[in-house]
Write a new protein. Structure first.
Length: 612
């Protein structure tokens, strides 16, 4: 080997080897201290891209697991709330069973009914207030819950809270028609065989009247004829003999015929009562508050009152002429605990006949200040102050006019809506389950709904339906047992329009435990509602089971993504440890060799010294 004083090639080579060893040793130190094989893009550019993608997938799947856990929390809250609502229904069943016991009097049943109505209000409050992260669960706002359980639209679990709550709509696609042998005129509905399903009774201007028992799903059994007397327009259902079974009172030309029910959908022979005056429309109610149903009759120019004896017979006690011969309703407008009569008249206006407390009325009406022609009249508590108010349609301007009562017989006018399409009849119900009374307008073959809000305003929503042939009476009720009001119309066909609903919990429909018969009929209604809640809880349980399966799959997928990333990104500690030992030795050896190589120029100096 040539000895030079210029370049020390051996030293340079040793420096290069020492630098390589030190650089590799630095990489090993970094990998061992971080635990990762890839600490920067230069370590493995392709591997880094793949590892980052796998890391994103693992994190997304981890968030998906958390999303599903949030869904489990939501459904657990919903299930717990349904359990509480079920407990309320169990208590209501106990109260109904107690009220149905024959040893109690009216005062005891009124106390039981007061507790039941309070529980019904609490049922509605809970169902309206249950929420998760500010999202109402049972009031109809949560039509579906979309849980993102991964990447893309295919990873969405769309779940619902089950149940049904009304939207206030009666859609044309929800029409079911049942042909009947005769045209229907008078129409009434109630649970006459105590099975929890609404049945219907209707007259047809032929001998007897027709009964069609409901199946509880919106359909009815074949109608059958009861009695052999030709009835007029009206048939009315009520417990006129206080035996707990519903009876039928029908209008005939010669008077009223009462058919006492046996509680199984069958009836005894007709009992006749004198009508006292030609009649146009009647109503069955307890006018003198003696516990017996009475008959109020509107004729062409007069009213008549027949008080019930509690055995199916009635006795005429009052007849008086009147100019108030159009729509009529009942209420207590002066807060004296006595039933009053409010009615409209064709010349324009509304008057009140105040009750005397014995089932009769003061024959001089009191003007309410209404001075316009109107169509339709309904009495209800519109502002929740405990006083009866009334509303009507002003036919001159097609506007809704609400008169708020102050409990003393005085009223304050409020305009609440315009552009009402159909007049004729107005019914007040809660169609969308929000605890606020809504209005139902019907006239001819069409109808529309006005939904009320907390500010006392009404929003008209037309849902017009035309029946085949002419239209008879119209009934509102839950004919398919989903907790939502439906519309049944008579005519040449029985036309049922099912109320539209979304997931939620509808409040309990109107019931009473103040009368033994009403308590008996409330029992299966509460049981049906409890069955609905049980089915809803089963649906939520099925969703929970599905989410648990999805969570397990997501957790496994996340684990696999993390394992795949680890195989690319993480350092092999055993391998790097062996490299550490080897590179330590190489570094030390390189340093020692470099030290020797740096001494090579000194040989040349020695040679030069010997020459001198």
């Amino acid at each position: 080997m040539t000895v030079t004083l210029g370049l020390n090639i051996s030293s340079l080579r040793s420096q290069r080897q020492l630098g390589n060893a030190s650089e590799q040793l630095s990489t090993v130190f970094e990998r061992l201290s971080s635990g990762q094989r890839i600490n920067r893009a230069s370590d493995d550019a392709a591997g880094l891209a793949i590892a980052d993608s796998l890391n994103v997938d693992a994190r997304v799947y981890g968030q998906g697991v958390r999303n599903l856990n949030d869904g489990i929390s939501l459904l657990n809250i919903a299930d717990s709330s349904l359990e509480n609502l079920s407990s309320i229904l169990v208590r209501l069943q106990e109260l109904a069973e107690q009220s149905a016991n024959g040893v109690y009097g009216d005062s005891q049943r009124l106390a039981l009914d007061a507790e039941a109505q309070s529980l019904s209000n609490e049922f509605r409050r809970i169902s309206q207030s249950v929420e998760f992260n500010g999202q109402k669960l049972f009031n109809g706002d949560t039509t579906s819950v979309n849980l993102q359980a991964g990447v893309g639209s295919n990873a969405v679990l769309s779940l619902g809270v089950g149940g049904a709550i009304g939207t206030g709509a009666f859609e044309p696609e929800n029409i079911f028609r049942t042909s009947v042998a005769v045209d229907t005129y008078g129409l009434d509905s109630a649970d006459i065989n105590n099975d929890g399903n609404l049945d219907i009774v209707y007259s047809s201007l032929v001998s007897g009247f027709q009964i069609a028992l409901g199946n509880g799903d919106g359909t009815f059994q074949s109608s059958r004829t009861v009695g052999d007397v030709t009835l007029e327009d009206g048939v009315y259902i009520g417990d006129v003999n206080n035996d707990g079974n519903l009876d039928i009172v029908g209008e005939a030309l010669v008077g009223y015929y009462t058919y006492l029910g046996n509680g199984d959908g069958t009836f005894g022979a007709g009992i006749t009562s004198s009508v006292g005056t030609p009649h146009v429309e009647s109503e069955l109610l307890d006018l003198n508050h003696d516990g017996n149903l009475d008959i109020f009759t509107r004729g062409s120019d007069r009213y008549s009152i027949q008080l019930g004896a509690g055995d199916g017979t009635f006795a005429l006690v009052q007849t008086f002429t009147t100019v108030l011969d159009d729509d009529f309703r009942f209420g207590d407008f002066n807060s004296d605990g006595v039933t009053d009569l409010i009615a409209s008249y064709e010349a324009g206006g509304v008057g009140i006949y105040y009750g005397n407390g014995d089932g009769t009325f003061n024959t001089t009406f009191t003007d309410t200040g209404v001075s316009t022609t109107l169509d339709g009249l309904e009495v209800f508590d519109a502002n929740g102050d405990g006083n009866d108010d009334f509303i009507f349609l002003d036919t001159a301007t097609s506007t809704l006019n609400l008169y708020l009562g102050d409990g003393s017989g005085s009223f304050q006018q409020t305009l609440v809506g315009t552009d009402v399409l159909f007049g004729g009849d107005i019914d007040a119900r809660d169609f969308n389950g929000d605890g606020i009374t809504d209005l139902f307008f019907s006239g001819g073959a069409s109808y529309e709904v006005a939904l009320g809000d907390e500010n006392g305003q009404y929003t008209l929503q037309p849902y017009g339906v035309v029946s085949d042939g002419f239209v008879g009476d119209r009934e509102l009720g839950d004919f398919n047992n989903d907790g939502v009001y439906d519309v049944l119309t008579g005519g040449s066909d029985l036309t049922l329009v099912v109320g539209s609903s979304v997931d939620g919990v509808s409040p309990l429909l109107e019931f009473s435990l103040a009368i033994r018969g009403d308590a008996l009929r409330a029992l299966p209604v509460f049981q049906n509602k409890l069955t609905q809640l049980s089915s809803q809880r089963s649906e939520i349980g099925a969703h929970l089971s599905r989410i648990e399966s999805a969570t397990s799959a997501l957790s496994a997928a996340k684990e696999n993504f993390q394992a795949a990333e680890s195989r690319i990104r993480d350092a092999d500690i055993a391998f790097e440890s062996s490299r550490l030992v080897r590179l330590n030795i190489l570094q030390q050896a390189s340093a020692a060799v470099l030290a020797q190589a740096n001494q090579q120029p000194a040989l040349a100096l020695r040679l030069l010294g010997g020459a001198s």
